[in-house]
Design a protein around this ligand. Structure first.
Ligand SMILES: C[S@@+](CC[C@H](N)C(=O)[O-])C[C@H]1O[C@@H](n2cnc3c(N)ncnc32)[C@H](O)[C@@H]1O
Length: 271
């Protein structure tokens, strides 16, 4: 092991936390080295961590690019299609029928990226309500650590190719075409969603019937994941649903806090 290189990496992680507020210690080393390495090569620092620490100290644009590289934003409407069928057919109707005394459902989309996930949730919830006698107000709290991403989500202008997975009738029902050829959601689904810049590790959101945290925790280290799942347990109401990404599974003590509802779709119920 190269001690100098390791020390350089530790110094760089401290600088990243100070300069862009990204808590490197919560993420796996493999993920950090891969992502930071991409920016190091492009910026001319090569494999020299100390040189890259200096570059980000001096260069605001590089800090912005590094943050973008560390927060992977890939997403699309109806990503993992079968999950949304299950949501519309079973999970939303089940949430609607529980807690008869409350007139709203709170859903947290944690790591919402540019808004495709919370909009998909809103569409499924409205579609499920349409065929249910029980109606409740749908409140989706959509959070992401990256302010630029949240700004894009709030601007809500989507290109034609982003609708590949969405049934054309849903696109027609819930989106309006803009003069520049992009599409924006109707006020009906917009008003279900409240966007916030929040780190999932520090956000204080409670009273949720459902939490979606998909393709966001994969980069966290094991300890941060454990902490997060026990936090989600507190954020969810009894028998609330936790939905993870397809490559994510509950580990350790989290298995005692949630029971599987649908293993294939990574849907769990709070015990
Ligand atoms: C790959 S996207 C997933 C988007 C969506 N959930 C999906 O599955 O399609 C991951 C998002 O998580 C956000 N993210 C990463 N770490 C985060 C953290 N600690 N707190 C909040 N958001 C975070 C990133 O900024 C990014 O927009």
């Amino acid at each position: 092991m190269d001690g100098n290189k390791d020390l350089g990496f530790e110094i760089l992680k401290d600088e990243i936390e100070k300069l862009i507020g990204f808590e490197c210690d919560k993420y796996s080393e493999k993920f950090l080295k891969r992502r930071i390495g991409v920016r190091m090569k492009i910026s001319g620092a090569g494999e020299d961590y100390k040189a890259y620490a200096q570059i980000i100290k001096d260069n605001e644009e590089e800090r912005r690019r590094l943050k973008k590289e560390l927060t992977v934003h890939t997403t699309n409407f109806f990503r993992d299609k079968s999950l949304w069928e299950l949501l519309t057919r079973e999970i939303i109707p089940s949430a609607l029928s529980k807690n008869k005394l409350t007139d709203s459902i709170t859903i947290w989309s944690a790591g919402c990226s540019t808004g495709e996930e919370p909009l998909t949730i809103a569409i499924c919830a409205l579609e499920a309500q349409a065929s249910s006698i029980r109606k409740k107000k749908i409140k989706i709290i959509a959070t992401d650590i990256d302010p630029e991403t949240i700004k894009k989500a709030q601007e809500a202008r989507y290109e034609e190719e982003q609708f590949k997975e969405m049934e054309p009738r849903l696109k027609e029902k819930y989106f309006l075409k803009n003069a520049d050829g992009t599409y924006s959601p109707t006020s009906g689904i917009r008003q279900c969603i409240e966007y916030q810049v929040q780190n999932i590790l520090t956000a204080k959101i409670t009273g949720c019937e459902m939490i979606f945290c998909r393709n966001t925790v994969i980069y966290l280290d094991l300890e941060a994941k454990r902490w997060l799942y026990s936090k989600f347990h507190k954020s969810l109401k009894e028998e609330g649903f936790l939905v993870l990404g397809k490559s994510e599974i509950l580990q350790g003590e989290a298995k005692d806090m949630f029971q599987p509802y649908d293993n294939d779709e990574r849907v769990y119920v709070r015990i």
